[in-house]
Design a protein around this ligand. Structure first.
Ligand code: DWN
Length: 419
């Protein structure tokens, strides 16, 4: 049966510079939409859409062709809450403290965050006495943010929303946007909104997954319909200058498998660190097709080796489950195409996900307490970006002879069976 297609449009011109044609890199076929969790008691056919990674030969921006309606991707049921990971919360607390100690902010200043999720970041600025406003389209996280006392507009950030916010609250000295710039279909409208909202001496601090890290870690599973853009510094520079802004600094981060933190203002001197990172990208010929060839081979290797490891464990009569009902897990399982029934279920710590089922695989989400060898022998780590944190929490499972399979950046057996 052909799976139902979500409403989508395929772009032919670059989402940033509007040049065409775009050059295709990887076709993932028709893939299930990530994060549209199911009710296992009353499942409905998963919505799918074609998923094609391409890049713009003119400005080098890597992107996917298919734009699925954002209301479908980030609807009322959107299950991602940033506060589930202690390591991620520590990262954002450190970021807030760094920004509040930088001298940028003055008492009474306004801090606005796009995709503020459950208010995890703005609470730090709120408690420090700054005026804050969140903007997020997902009902669940917004309700959680409001419960924390973080005033939040339940909508997508845009140029029009920026105009309304500035009229209501005045300009913002600090604009935050973590893991959203790469999710926006009209990225020019989004950046125009930043330019409209910032004070003359304001700063936008933006975190987004790094294409360089995606390629170097083989993290093909982070390619899914929510992620429209895959950023490099060279490709985002013209996006900001087009709207009177300037990328003045950048930082490499571990989060989400490797991200960039971008510092954007109306002017100022570019940092030496930014020049070094830009030079690294140039040296790697990022933005050219040749840059992607090793990555394409790596995707095949990860899928082949991981599928074989799952099938070998299944053939040996071992009980397998997955860990982390992550959005990226939907793409991974789609591409792995392991035999039906090979994985019995998936564990996840998020209370907003347990009891539901992953799209595509239909794996039912069990609460991730301490893994126990009486229930499972081998666990496929879908949330590999948190592998250290998750393994540290489940040392007893390993002591009982349990095993993890960690597919990315290369298939790793924990403990290492070769030893
Ligand atoms: O862009 C996005 C990235 C930033 O985050 C969003 N579109 C959605 C989300 O992607 P994801 O779902 O792949 O993110 P995570 O945070 O890598 O997913 C990890 C999953 O693992 C979550 O469902 C929470 C879960 N988890 C767990 O069960 N035990 C996480 C940790 C740290 C744990 O100890």
């Amino acid at each position: 049966m052909t799976p139902p297609l979500a409403p989508y449009q395929a772009v032919t011109a670059c989402r940033s510079c509007q040049a065409s044609p775009l050059e295709d890199l990887i076709e993932f076929g028709t893939a299930p939409l990530a994060d549209r969790l199911q009710d296992p008691a009353a499942p409905t056919p998963d919505l799918h859409a074609p998923l094609t990674l391409c890049h713009c030969p003119a400005c080098g921006l890597c992107q996917i062709r298919e734009t699925v309606a954002p209301e479908v991707l980030f609807g009322a049921d959107y299950p991602y809450f940033s506060s589930v990971s202690p390591a991620l919360m520590a990262h954002f607390q450190q970021s807030a403290q760094q920004l509040m100690g930088s001298g940028l902010l003055h008492p009474g200043d306004l801090v606005v965050e796009a995709a503020s999720n459950d208010g995890y970041l703005l609470t730090h600025f709120d408690k420090a006495g700054y005026r804050v406003r969140g903007v997020d389209p997902a009902a669940g996280p917004v309700a959680e943010a409001r419960r924390k006392g973080v005033e939040t507009d339940h909508t997508f950030f845009s140029h029009a929303v920026a105009q309304r916010l500035r009229a209501e609250l005045g300009p913002a000295r600090l604009f935050l946007a973590n893991n959203v710039l790469a999710h926006v279909a009209d990225v020019n409208d989004f950046v125009a909104g930043i330019a409209h909202l910032l004070t003359e001496d304001g700063m936008a601090v933006i975190e987004a997954p790094s294409l360089l890290d995606l390629v170097d870690t083989g993290a093909f599973d982070t390619i899914y319909h929510q992620h429209l853009l895959y950023l490099t510094l060279n490709a985002v520079q013209p996006l900001f200058t087009r709207h009177g802004l300037k990328l003045i600094d950048a930082e490499e981060l571990w989060v989400h498998g490797g991200s960039l933190r971008l510092f954007v203002a109306r002017g100022g001197t570019s940092s030496a660190r930014l020049h070094d990172l830009l030079a690294q990208e140039d040296a790697r010929q990022v933005g050219t097709r040749a840059f992607f060839t090793p990555f394409l081979n790596r995707v095949t290797q990860i899928c082949t080796e991981t599928r074989a490891a799952v099938e070998a464990a299944q053939a040996a009569g071992q009980r397998l489950a997955a860990y982390g009902a992550a959005a990226k897990g939907t793409t991974l399982l789609h591409m792995l195409d392991v035999p039906p029934g090979a994985l019995s279920h998936v564990y996840d710590k998020s209370p907003w996900k347990t009891g539901r089922a992953m799209p595509g695989s239909g794996l039912v989400i069990h609460p991730a307490g301490a893994l126990d060898r009486t229930d499972v022998d081998v666990v496929l780590m879908l949330a590999w970006n948190f592998a250290d944190e998750i393994i540290a929490e489940n040392q007893p499972f390993l002591d009982q002879g349990g095993r993890f399979l960690i597919p990315v950046p290369r298939l790793q057996h924990v403990p290492d069976t070769a030893s």
